[in-house]
Write a protein that binds this ligand. Structure first.
Ligand code: UGA
Length: 439
């Protein structure tokens, strides 16, 4: 008989985009998981089987693992920690004003673990953190623990993408285990045993850097292609063909070469910033990465300038905006370039009608109330009588939109394609004036 894989009692601290997916994922792998979060409302909602953010497949999987009693939710980290052998820390590390990551929640979790160290525990950092955070967690636990119970620290960065999170959890390109002991390595290998991929074992510092460096490198690819797009705009070349040909070189690779209004979300902008900050603190001025950030910051304004150049005066122009989330298949508005473009257009005096397939509720929370902003129930309603149709997130439904129908209701047929999703020749033939990025 085949030997069954060992299953663990796991606590995941934090029910956000990383923690909740990991908790559901570990439960699906057969482990007994408690997901702990101090937000009572969140926990209540999750207990009722309702995800606290939109993510494809999440609701179904949540139902399945709860049904098998593999996952429960708790407000008490102390209790969850006592009951678990492995604790994954997946709490938020939001940016502070100086760009550094706010690690106060991590420290507080480490203290609670120290207070509740009733048996051997492996404490694993899953949040994206600056290098040396693992060491700090170890120091905190050693400082506050009340007995000599042994524990291990590890780092297991998460590489999943919002919108594809469940798929990515079960099909990662690699699993990185930053460990200090054979025991920790064995536990983590056991936990992930059923996921078939390369497992990279490093020290803790390397694992922490792998995460920051990977996100920063992906951000670099995007800013690089956006910078080349600026040259294309000046030269009258099309960035789409330039990027497609570049991407065929295996050493470059074709992913993350889509020019657009820039990268957003709660990962790239803050991780680039935090990497610059920690490098400086360690004695290295990461000027290269500062330029990656600068290119990105300018991208939404550049797009608004292009629209303005075409329409001349934006005051009282009616603009339809399709797509508000920072990317498709999520309702996440954090650092969304679309939100900064909307704010920019409102400042210019334009009247906006906004539509997003999943994100309207979230958008209402982050946008200031204004008589200049209305929301529509679909793309067609948004586009009615507008002088410009502005597409800012590449949701599948926008790619399939009936442009003929849209155009017939527009006041003036300007299509501002902030994600380069439309075929320029086709839309021009339909009678649109077309503005893209770098084409
Ligand atoms: C990113 C990484 O891709 C994940 O591997 C990582 O785990 C995650 O951050 C994290 O650190 O938690 P995510 O923020 O969900 O994932 O989104 P991405 O799909 O990477 O996109 C980020 C931004 O870049 C989006 O605004 C997207 O529109 C933009 N982007 C992406 C481009 O402008 N061009 C591209 O070619 C690709």
């Amino acid at each position: 008989m085949a030997k069954k894989n060992k299953k663990y009692d796991i606590c995941v601290v934090g029910a956000g985009h990383v923690g909740l997916i990991a908790a559901v994922g570990f439960a699906k792998l057969g482990h007994k998981v408690i997901c702990a979060d101090n937000d009572k409302k969140k926990i209540e909602q999750l207990r009722r089987g309702k995800p606290v953010f939109y993510e494809p497949e999440l609701q179904d999987l949540l139902k399945k693992v709860k049904g098998k009693n593999n996952l429960r939710f708790s407000n008490s980290l102390a209790d969850a920690a006592k009951r678990s052998e492995v604790i994954f820390i997946a709490v938020g590390t939001p940016p502070l004003a100086d760009g550094s990551a706010d690690l106060a929640s991590i420290e507080s979790v480490a203290r609670t673990i120290a207070d509740n160290l009733n048996s051997y525990k492996l404490i694993v950092g899953k949040s994206t953190v600056p290098v040396q955070t693992g060491q700090k967690i170890k120091e905190v636990i050693n400082r506050y623990k009340k007995n000599s119970v042994p524990f291990d620290i590890a780092s297991n960065p998460e590489f999943l993408r919002e919108g594809k999170a469940i798929y990515d959890f079960f099909h990662p390109d690699r699993i990185v285990l930053g460990v200090e002991s054979k025991r920790a390595e064995k536990v983590l290998r056991d936990i992930y045993r059923d996921i078939k991929t390369k497992v990279i074992v490093t020290d803790i510092a390397a694992a922490e850097i792998i995460k920051h460096a990977s996100n920063s490198f992906l951000a670099t690819k995007i800013s690089f292609v956006n910078a080349v797009a600026r040259v294309c705009d000046k030269a009258g070349a099309d960035i789409k063909s330039v990027a497609a040909a570049m991407g065929l070189d295996k050493r470059i690779g074709k992913s993350f070469l889509n020019a657009g209004v820039g990268f957003g979300g709660f990962c790239f902008p803050k991780d680039v910033e935090a990497f610059i900050y920690i490098a400086k603190r360690l004695g290295y001025e990461f000027d290269f990465l500062k330029e990656v950030r600068n290119v990105n910051i300018k991208q939404p304004g550049y797009f608004v300038e292009k629209i303005k150049e075409h329409l001349w005066i934006l005051k009282n122009k009616k603009i339809a905006v399709l797509g508000l989330s920072f990317k498709p298949d999520t309702d996440d508005m954090r650092f969304s370039p679309a939100i900064s473009i909307v704010n920019n257009l409102v400042k210019e005096g334009a009247s906006l009608t906004l539509y997003d397939p999943q994100g309207i509720d979230e958008a209402k929370k982050v946008l200031k109330k204004s008589t200049k902003i209305k929301f529509a129930k679909d793309s067609y309603q948004a586009a009615k009588n507008c002088d410009c149709l502005c597409v800012l997130t590449e949701w599948e439904e926008f790619k399939k939109i009936n442009l003929k129908k849209i155009k017939s209701n527009m006041n003036y047929p300007l299509l501002a394609d902030g994600r380069n999703i439309f075929d320029k020749n086709k839309v021009t033939k339909l009678g649109f004036s077309y503005l893209g990025i770098g084409r």
